[in-house]
Design a protein. Structure first.
Length: 81
């Protein structure tokens, strides 16, 4: 075997690999689908309040939840934990 035939074999291997890669990328582009996101928020949002009910933090959090709920057009549920 001579040096020329080894170089030709290597060139054919690289060419074949490039062709397979090009076909795979073309198939990926042809069969790709658009992803559609679900509307956010699709259910009421929970606002976790790490304080006891009726305290100052709870009152402020409920006022903030009401404002954000109006802005989002979705109810925010104040949840004391």
């Amino acid at each position: 075997m001579t040096i020329g035939t080894t170089a030709n074999a290597a060139a054919r291997t690289v060419g074949a690999s490039t062709t397979v890669l090009a076909i795979a990328l073309a198939n990926a582009a042809l069969f790709a689908h658009d992803a559609t996101a679900q509307p956010f928020p699709s259910r009421p949002v929970r606002l976790l309040i790490p304080a006891s009910p009726g305290g100052p933090a709870d009152i402020v959090a409920r006022i903030v939840a009401q404002g954000y709920g109006d802005a989002l057009g979705q109810p925010l549920v104040a949840d004391n934990r």
